[in-house]
Design a protein around this ligand. Structure first.
Ligand code: C2E
Ligand code: MG
Ligand code: MG
Length: 782
């Protein structure tokens, strides 16, 4: 049973299987009641009489009570809606009693009032349930139900009443004819509810079954009344028991409480409406128009009903068309706009750029693209969460938008990237606009109701003249390259794409194209640059390993070009591993040529490389392949790495530190390292950036600053400080006075190939007296 439930459920399209389940005892009870009711019905037909009538009334009363209180006993919520359903049932109870005919009002007697009140309450209940599932379809439901009712009324009139009316139709006949019409109306609402909730459940099916039985019985009575056949045709009163039974089964089924909730399936509203509309509304009109008119009354009634029906259909169609147009507009907006900021999205921006460039020659308008990328946006997301990031992006969008003219396209291009497209080929004008955009960031941006954050953008500007044949992608590529340049130059600024940048971009593209091949062919070599320490910096501490690439077509390519490219292309892991292993092997060879001396090798490590899950393992393998201990190696990481990366980086560094490998912050003082990074990371040495050293002899404040940095580092327990890029004896002298323990630079040796180092007599000169003055980390090296 349990195993069969899912497929059964799927087949029938029910999404609320729990509510459909009946216990075996409940099944038996319901079956027994059904058999009893069938027996009473049959007996009333076969042997009508007073006793049977009483039995019939008692049975009907029980079923109506079950219908009235079933849902509430099943715990249907919210109760007010279900009170309407209960009241509709209770209205049927007094109808079982004999009422004096003197209580009649016109063609309506007391029973008619009770029954129609019951219909009205049932109608109200179903409408309330439907509305609960979504009020936007409420007017459609009412209109469709009305149209279906008019359609049925038209059908009943044309085929049942008009042929016999001929001006002599009794008003009571019309009242009788209203019953099947009311049945149809309620039935239509049931269908609507089923479609709206995305599934028909047993309770709804039983309810519809009750209405169907009632429709045929009411139709039968309407026919006998109109045809004046009352008394001549058999009484079908007993049949109503079957209808009450269906009502009771509906109201007591567990699924009844689910009637006002979604079944979980798609809203089949639209797909189910078409055939129902045709069946109940359009076909009666077509058929009624084809049947011959029997008299003036017939004509008036038919014309009125057909006109009403056509008016309803017209209203319905107009509403549908309006809704379709609105849906189309909305879906087009969704497809072309960014939901967060409401700006144009990437796809439609690309279309617009291409369109503008295509018609540029005719319109003699050039185009300028302004590419904006938020600096350190990840920090916002990581610190305050993505919700704050979203608020910030919205604030950026609205601020920038307020500064733009009407013929400017402003798009969200991706995460924290925006593009402005403006119709100008004047670089000055485009830069002026970019500066205005930059100004938007002067005030702190909102990241929540009570908090703000100051953020800078890097902005790249590219301009294309009307006669230039450039694609949208190319224009954006140029603006992107200029934006990247702005980042390189220190962020928070605007850069115009010019000839120099174009040449560099082309060169970078050419390097990028050759990079894959170079890495797979292992075309890289390394050079070693000495790091000196001791008195007068005469003792060799070790070497920094620097990657070199000589391409047959491009010539010597600087690591400042190919390292960032390898990072962008996702190749840095491979390249970095290769360099790490090579550096260890070369160091082992050099150490072998320098017995009793233990210089170190410093290897530059890229952020992406450090983030690789097997990074620590790679370091271990490189060391063991060269037969070196952990202390022989130092890893140089850049400050920029420290801003963006999280716990994974710290863990990896701690792991390598545990094996004795040193960790050094490279290019310290060039940008972003904070006291917090120095405290957080397990570093043991720092390299002062060349820009600091360059200022030593030209800026009076520089020596004080460097002393302050050295003192600060010492107070943090970092005594291994290397001054980078030392080129002059004056710099060297000042550094000694300032207490900088180590230096590296052309003054002490340019980067050289290991082969040259080995062969050269310089080796011993650089090493001084290695045996007398071993490297500081020699102990750690073991
Ligand atoms: P870096 O790690 O700061 O390396 C020092 C750079 O300064 C090297 O440039 C070196 O040749 C240069 N230099 C050293 N002394 C002097 C001097 O007295 N004057 C001047 N003007 N320059 C000096 P290089 O070799 O061009 O490397 C540039 C950058 O490329 C390195 O900066 C490093 O960040 C990166 N890099 C080099 N090799 C590798 C590598 O194997 N892996 C990774 N991830 N990055 C590397
Ligand atoms: Mg370095
Ligand atoms: Mg450096």
């Amino acid at each position: 049973m349990t195993a069969a439930t899912p497929s059964h459920t799927r087949r029938r399209g029910f999404a609320d299987p729990q509510a459909r389940l009946l216990s075996p005892r409940a099944r038996v009870a319901r079956l027994t009641i059904a058999v009893v009711v069938a027996a009473v019905t049959l007996c009333t037909f076969v042997a009508p009489g007073n006793d049977m009538e009483t039995l019939h009334c008692v049975t009907a009363g029980c079923l109506i009570l079950a219908f009235s209180f079933g849902p509430l006993l099943r715990g249907a919520q919210p109760r007010p809606r279900w009170v309407a359903q209960m009241a509709s049932g209770l209205c049927l109870l007094p109808a079982l009693l004999p009422w004096p005919s003197t209580l009649a009002l016109g063609p309506f007697d007391t029973l008619d009032f009770l029954y129609f009140t019951s219909y009205a309450l049932l109608f109200t209940w179903l409408v309330l349930l439907s509305r609960r599932l979504g009020s936007e379809r409420g007017p459609y439901t009412a209109l469709d139900a009305l149209a279906a009712t008019v359609g049925v009324a038209l059908g009943v009139w044309t085929w049942a009443l008009a042929p016999v009316a001929n001006g002599a139709l009794l008003p009571s006949g019309l009242v009788w004819a209203a019953y099947p019409v009311a049945d149809v109306l309620v039935f239509v609402l049931c269908v609507h509810l089923g479609l709206r909730r995305g599934g028909f459940n047993p309770a709804l099916n039983w309810l519809m079954a009750a209405l169907t039985v009632q429709f045929f019985l009411d139709g039968y009575y309407a026919y006998t009344e109109v045809m004046l056949l009352r008394g001549r045709l058999p009484d079908a009163e007993a049949g109503y028991l079957v209808s009450y039974l269906c009502l009771a089964l509906a109201a007591t089924h567990p699924s009844v409480v689910q009637l006002g909730t979604y079944a979980g399936g798609p809203d089949k509203h639209r797909s189910g409406r078409g055939p129902a509309l045709i069946l109940f509304t359009i076909s009666p009109v077509l058929l009624a128009a084809a049947v011959q008119v029997t008299g003036i009354l017939d004509m008036v009634v038919r014309v009125t009903l057909i006109t009403l029906q056509l008016a309803l259909l017209f209203v319905r169609l107009s509403w549908t068309m309006a809704a379709l147009t609105q849906a189309e507009t909305q879906s087009h907006h969704r497809a072309t706009h960014d939901p967060l900021t409401g700006l144009v999205n990437r796809a439609s921006l690309m279309e617009e750029i291409d369109r503008r460039i295509k018609f540029a020659a005719e319109s003699s308008h050039g185009s300028a693209a302004i590419y904006l990328d938020c600096d350190n946006f990840k920090y916002v997301n990581d610190t305050w969460g993505h919700g704050a990031g979203d608020v910030l992006l919205q604030d950026i969008a609205s601020r920038v938008k307020a500064r733009l003219g009407p013929d400017v396209v402003f798009a969200r291009f991706g995460g924290d990237e925006f593009v402005i497209l403006t119709p100008t080929d004047s670089a000055a004008e485009a830069m002026k606009l970019a500066d205005r955009v930059l100004e938007c960031f002067q005030e702190p941006l909102r990241i929540g109701p009570h908090s703000a954050h100051r953020l800078s953008p890097s902005i790249g500007v590219a301009v294309v003249a009307p006669e230039e044949s450039v694609t949208g992608d190319e224009l954006l590529g140029r603006a992107d390259a200029a934006m990247y340049e702005a980042k390189q130059l220190g962020r928070g600024r605007c850069v115009l794409f010019g000839e120099e940048l174009a040449t560099r971009t082309r060169y970078t593209a050419a390097v990028g194209a050759r990079l894959h091949e170079a890495i797979s062919n292992k075309s890289f070599t390394l050079q070693l640059q000495p790091i000196m320490g001791g008195t007068n910096y005469t003792r060799l501490i070790g070497w920094e390993s620097l990657a070199r690439w000589r391409d047959p077509e491009l010539g010597e390519v600087s690591p400042k070009v190919f390292i960032p490219l390898a990072e962008q292309h996702g190749l840095i892991g491979e390249l970095g591993d290769f360099m790490l292993r090579q550096a260890c092997l070369e160091l082992a060879r050099l150490r072998a040529a320098m017995p009793g001396h233990a210089p170190q090798v410093s290897v530059n490590i890229s952020p992406a490389q450090l983030l690789q899950p097997d990074f620590v393992q790679t370091v271990r393998e490189a060391l063991s392949a060269a037969g070196l201990a952990g202390g022989a190696l130092k890893l140089e990481i850049t400050e920029t790495l420290l801003i963006d990366r999280g716990a994974g980086v710290v863990e990896a560094l701690e792991e390598v530190r545990r094996q004795g490998t040193g960790v050094c912050i490279d290019d310290f003082g060039s940008g972003y390292a904070t006291l917090e990074t120095l405290l957080r990371l397990p570093i043991d040495s720092v390299k002062l950036d060349k820009s600091l050293i360059d200022r030593l002899c030209i800026d009076d404040a520089a020596p004080r600053q460097i002393r302050a940095v050295i003192d600060l580092l010492a107070s943090l327990g970092i005594h291994n400080v290397v001054a980078e890029g030392v080129e002059t004896p004056q710099q060297s002298q000042l550094l000694q006075q300032l207490g900088c323990p180590m230096v590296q630079g052309w003054l002490y040796g340019r980067p050289m190939s290991p082969h040259d180092l080995l062969a050269s007599a310089q080796l011993s000169a650089q090493g001084g007296d290695p045996v007398a003055s071993p490297a500081p980390n020699a102990a750690a090296d073991g």
